[in-house]
Design a protein around this ligand. Structure first.
Ligand code: GDG
Length: 474
């Protein structure tokens, strides 16, 4: 670690009051408390003509600095570009990309505004750790402001293939956005392979003998850092409540659980269809199973999210209509979030955890389900090969999320799997989950970041030309 280096974490939303929302927040807060540093992010408040300065918020042992967005920035930067263009592109859903006028300008505008504010407060000794696709151009914007701090970026979502990138009007800028960081972290080895392929196709990119990349004269590192969970914390939470009582599940009933933000990338409609197919084919004397899907709302202002919600509600309603009996609805579908302790207890109760995204950076639910199991009588994880987690968690029942009958068969196999096989699979999965937990993830990323070369060169010419023409809301 560099002497006097202060850690500055940047994410779209700064942590807010109340208990932290997940292991990532806790792990980053722990780092900030231990090393000193600050967390920067949007406040969640929208004001016309927001001030170009941070507001200080008490962060319980570390500093938080927030900034407001204007309603136009929220629409253009967050909804239209980050979640209406970059998210679908990275999740192989170019058909859902909605390119709206002014969205890119708002996205660049917020990144430039944040870079100007950060430039006022950071020094060359600082390490700035930027999280996620909301701030991909932030390093280019910071370099343009003359910032010489060490800059790291972690991409929480899948890395787009060169073919996916063709749908991005700003595809030319994409490689330069990354190369202006000193370290780019991706979730999986497969993602690193995809990113290397992108750079292989670029003029003026070179693979160096030290494993780094040189792009337009700038050397940077590209590595995989598979994100994990707070395994021990989750194990403790899972034992605190009785999940069977919580969900009112009778002793002779099996529970199958799915937990996902209601996002089209998570494959919920096909999962529900697979359960419906399982019900249609099950023998009369098979144990009954209830499917509990927890699906908190997300990004509901966007049409694609309204569509997937409608689709799920229609499928769940149809299946319940077909298969319900007096006193039993096979699908229990919750369109809201539940507390983490309840979630952990329900995972432990569930005989099967279904995690079947089409495409997912990692998927922490898969890891949480494994951690929550009773090692002497564990449930079975059904995991899509489209989740980054499948790279490590290959002792799960790996399925193709597009193949409904394969997933229905996997449900039947999981529900009848012998105890010794369940124990062996869960033990192997748990070892993998423990080996890459969230504390190790933060330590690994920051260790590699502190070894990076930090060569502050000017941003790529393409980016500068575009940024100069963007109408920036300031
Ligand atoms: C992105 C990437 C990557 C869900 N419902 C409730 C609830 N959750 C929690 C889960 C889990 C988290 O939300 C979801 O994490 P995922 O990893 O599954 O998915 P994304 O939100 O899409 O996250 C993903 C991740 O970043 C980290 O890098 O793995 O690939 O897309 O922790 O438990 N938590 C509570 N109630 C709910 O109802 N308390």
């Amino acid at each position: 670690m560099k002497a006097n280096s202060r850690l500055i974490v940047v994410s779209n939303r700064a942590p807010s009051d109340g208990p932290p929302s997940g292991g990532l927040v806790v792990a980053l807060q722990d780092c900030l408390k231990a090393r000193g540093g600050l967390w920067v992010g949007t406040s969640g408040k929208f004001t016309d003509n927001p001030a170009n300065r941070f507001t200080d918020v008490d962060g319980d042992g570390y500093q938080i600095k927030t900034f407001d967005l204007s309603p136009g920035e929220q629409q253009g930067y967050y909804l239209s570009y980050a979640n209406g263009v970059l998210w679908p592109m990275c999740h192989r859903r170019a058909d859902l990309i909605d390119i709206t006028e002014g969205a890119y300008e708002a996205y660049i505008g917020v990144n430039r505004r944040l870079a100007k504010m950060l430039a006022q407060i950071c020094t060359s000794h600082d390490q700035i750790w930027v999280h996620d696709y909301h701030f991909m151009p932030l390093a280019s914007c910071l370099r343009a402001e003359g910032v010489t701090a060490t800059l790291g970026y972690f991409h929480h979502i899948p890395f787009p293939t060169p073919q996916d990138l063709q749908a991005l009007p700003q595809a030319e800028d994409f490689s330069g956005w990354l190369a202006d960081f000193d370290l780019v972290g991706l979730q999986t080895e497969a993602d690193v392979g995809t990113a290397l392929e992108l750079f292989r196709q670029q003029d003026r990119s070179e693979f160096l003998s030290n494993g780094n990349l040189l792009y337009r004269g700038r050397e940077f590192m590209l590595r995989s850092f598979p994100i994990g969970i707070d395994t021990e914390g989750f194990q403790a939470d899972a034992c605190a409540l009785d999940g069977r009582a919580l969900a009112n599940i009778p002793k002779d009933m099996r529970l199958i659980i799915g937990v996902d933000r209601l996002d089209y990338s998570k494959g919920l409609p096909n999962r529900l269809r697979a359960f419906g197919r399982y019900l249609s084919h099950r023998a009369d004397d098979d144990a009954r199973a209830t499917f509990l899907q927890v699906a908190p709302p997300t990004r509901e202002a966007l049409q694609a999210y309204q569509d997937v919600r409608r689709e799920c509600e229609h499928i769940a309603g149809t299946i319940n209509g077909q298969h319900a009996e007096l006193g039993w609805n096979p699908i229990n579908y919750l369109h809201r979030a539940i507390p983490r302790t309840q979630l952990a207890a329900l995972y432990r109760t569930a005989a099967v955890g279904m995690v079947t995204p089409f495409c997912d950076g990692m998927n922490l639910v898969a890891k949480e389900y494994v951690a929550a199991q009773d090692p002497d009588d564990p449930g079975v994880l059904i995991l899509s090969r489209g989740a980054g987690a499948a790279e490590d968690l290959d002792a799960a029942l790996i399925v193709n999320p597009y193949d409904i009958s394969e997933m229905a068969d996997a449900i039947a196999i999981a529900l009848t799997m012998p105890l010794d096989e369940r124990i062996a699979r869960n033990a192997q999965l748990l070892r993998r989950v423990k080996d890459s937990d969230i504390q190790r993830w933060t330590t690994n990323f920051l260790t590699v970041l502190s070894q990076s070369k930090n060569q502050p060169l000017v941003p790529t010419p393409t980016f500068q030309a575009r940024a100069a023409t963007a109408s920036v809301e300031e």
